[in-house]
Design a protein around this ligand. Structure first.
Ligand SMILES: [Zn+2]
Length: 57
């Protein structure tokens, strides 16, 4: 499994923890996953709130 790292200094993508420019490279999470997680969280919350309302009635 290859980790994609992004240099903090020059914003270049690299596989090494240290970029060729000397800057520190950090792990980047694909934005798609973040969006999906956010969406799933919303859906789950909406479902939970609906159920809680039904229980109260
Ligand atoms: Zn760099």
């Amino acid at each position: 499994m290859n980790k994609i790292l992004k240099c903090k200094k020059c914003s270049k993508y690299t596989m090494k923890p240290k970029c060729s420019c000397g800057g520190k490279a950090v792990t980047v999470k694909p934005p798609k996953y973040t969006l999906d997680n956010k969406y799933a969280k919303y859906t789950r919350k909406a479902k939970l709130e609906k159920r809680q309302k039904q229980d109260l009635l």
